[in-house]
Structure formats: C-alpha cells, structure tokens
Design a binder for this molecule. Structure first.
Ligand code: SAM
Length: 325
C-alpha cells in the first residue's frame, strides 16, 4: 500500500460555538468541555512545533467556532512563526469574520473556509438558529478584500433542510459571481442528538442538480495539500465547485490530515480509529523527545491507515463540534 504524505493538522481550539446548527451542535445538546481541559495556546504551540518536525506543513484552526476563542489572532501569530509551518488557515462560520479578518491576516493567517449552508435567510436561520446570513456573507467579502484567499465556502446538504434545486443552485452560483470555491460536504451522522443517518444526500445528486442548471463541470487538478476534495469549474465562473464525499466514497488514500481535539486528543480518522491522548503527557511534564516519539508513531500509523485495514467500527458516535469537522 502506498504511504500517504501526512502534512496537515486540523486543530479544534474550542468546542464552543455562536451558532447551533441542527446537524452539528443543536441547542440543548451540548456538554461543553471544562475550560481547564482545553489546551492552552502554549500547549498548542508546543505540539505544533513538534508536529512540524514530523512533516506537518499546514495547520487549520477550527472548533466549535475558532473566532470565539479569546486571542485567536495571537494563536495564529504563534503558529505562523513556527519553522516548517507554511500555511495557517481557519474554518469559521464567518459571523465574526468581518470584524476580525484584517487582524487575522496581519497575524499570518493565509486563508479561510467559511461555512454557509444556505443563501436563503430563513433556511439559514432554521439550520443555524441565528439570523446571521448577512454577517457571514459580509465576513466572506471582507476575507476576499484583505486577501485571506482563495476563500472556500463549505456547505453541508441535509435532506429536507437545504437539498432543493433552488438551495443548491443558489450556493453554487456564489462561485460564478465571486472568486470562491463552493464545496459540498456530505452530511456525516455523528451522535443521536443531531440528525438521522438518512438525512444524508450523496454528492452525485448535488452534482446532477448543479450541472442541470449550469452545464457540465470540468475537472480541475487538486493541489498536493488539498486532500480528499475534488474540484471542478463551471463555464465562465470566477471560482470553483468542490465535492467532499466522505460517506459515498472511500477517500482514505488521499486523506492527509490529522485532527487535534480541543481537549488534546489526536484522531487519525474522523470516522473511526483510536484517539491518542496528548494532554495528559503534556501536563505530566513529558519532554520533547517523549512527545516526538509518540507523534512520529501517530503520523506513521496515519500514513498507512485506511478504514478497510482498521479494526475499529466505522461511524462511531462522536461530536463534530469537539473535533472540528
Ligand atoms: N464553526 C466553524 C464552522 O462553522 O465552520 C468550524 C467548526 S464546524 C464543526 C466545521 C465544519 O464541519 C463545518 O463546515 C460544518 O458544516 C461541518 N460539519 C459539522 N457537522 C457535520 C456533519 N455532521 N457532517 C458533515 N459536516 C459537518
């Protein structure tokens, strides 16, 4: 089996969020992690320095909502300064982005992904629990203006919520009008407090809807740090369309990412596989050599990992908001 080049670390910096998306973090469903269990900036910085020695080049800050973590720009600055880290990016719902984009860019963030599941104000509110579509869209415009680019829009499509042709084409149209990539992400069932597995809509259906409205999509080659997303262009569009098909396809061969949870566990696979506990080691005074030895093992095992060769149940129950998507 070919070994994957594991060069991408996603870090959930908080499990708290300013939205309550029905499929991720619905109102009343959260048992938040105690503050003292969340990794400090110093701990994250130390781990990223060591991960960089193991080949990590790209870091993405996520959550919860990363922009609600106090001092997030300072964390960006610390991580962007680490030798070997070439990109520090964020995944955000964009609601606070207009006010913070300039500071994030100055701190060394390279670009942002913004989650927008509907261009319809009422649908957006139904999904997120907030009348905040306009704020998120102004966050996107500001990100483009300050150069946190290319901006990617992440849209999770859920049956009965935002799976109509009107909803899908309105999202896709953003990539015609703006230099953004609109990525459709298949809904992944997580725990019993969110939505049923049957809420999932395969990306093949979404692609058909997009093509029926805009004509056939032409494939675009992916970059070496793009991971499992596949990209297409519509005729005369400013941006691109992408698909991340975690349910309907097996993309382990292109999955280059590790995930660090806000409370210090590393997950090699979103859908399964064990989590490695790092916080205990960090806080019990482990030296860099001891930590590095564990990180090297994690990276090496990830490089060989596939759902097929894992003995762990696929689609175990977990909370997306603590892992960061
Ligand atoms: N608050 C930030 C945001 O909204 O982008 C970052 C955290 S959020 C957990 C990261 C991504 O995970 C979002 O694009 C979100 O739509 C996606 N996500 C959350 N739950 C999901 C699920 N069950 N299946 C697929 N994607 C999910």
């Amino acid at each position: 089996m070919q070994k994957m080049n594991v060069n991408y670390l996603r870090i959930s910096v908080t499990d708290r969020c300013n939205l309550r998306c029905t499929y991720c973090n619905p109102l009343g469903a959260c048992d938040f992690i105690a503050h003292e269990e969340i990794l400090t900036f110093e701990e994250i910085q130390r781990l990223v320095k060591l991960f960089a020695e193991c080949g990590i080049q790209k870091v993405r800050l996520t959550g919860g909502e990363p922009l609600v973590r106090k001092g997030i720009a300072e964390l960006v600055r610390r991580l962007a300064d680490i030798s070997g880290i070439e990109e520090v990016t964020l995944t955000t719902n964009g609601v606070l982005l207009a006010a913070m984009a300039t500071e994030l860019k100055a701190a060394g963030a390279t670009r942002v992904n913004v989650s927008v599941d509907s261009m319809n104000r009422e649908t957006y509110q139904r999904i997120t629990g907030s009348d905040a579509l306009a704020d998120s869209l102004s966050g996107i415009r500001k990100a483009i203006e300050v150069g946190l680019t290319p901006v990617r829009i992440n849209s999770v499509i859920v049956k009965g919520l935002n799976d109509s042709v009107e909803e899908i084409t309105a999202l896709a149209r953003m990539s015609v009008d703006l230099p953004v990539t609109v990525r459709f992400i298949e809904y992944c069932p997580t725990d019993t407090k969110t939505l049923a597995a049957s809420s999932y809509v395969p990306n093949s259906e979404i692609c058909r809807m997009v093509e029926s409205k805009f004509g056939s999509l032409s494939p675009v080659a992916s970059g070496y740090r793009d991971g499992p997303a596949v990209y297409f262009k519509m005729r005369d569009s400013a941006g691109m369309i992408g698909f991340i098909s975690g349910r309907s396809s097996m993309f382990c061969q292109t999955c280059n990412r590790l995930r660090l949870t806000s409370d210090g566990k590393v997950k090699p696979c979103l859908y399964a596989a064990p989590a490695y506990e790092l916080k205990g080691l960090l806080r019990s005074g482990a030296g860099d050599e001891e930590l590095l030895a564990l990180l090297r093992t994690i990276v090496d095992q990830k490089a060989r990992y596939t759902k097929v060769n894992s003995s762990v149940e696929i689609f175990e129950k977990f909370s997306m908001q603590s892992i960061g998507g």
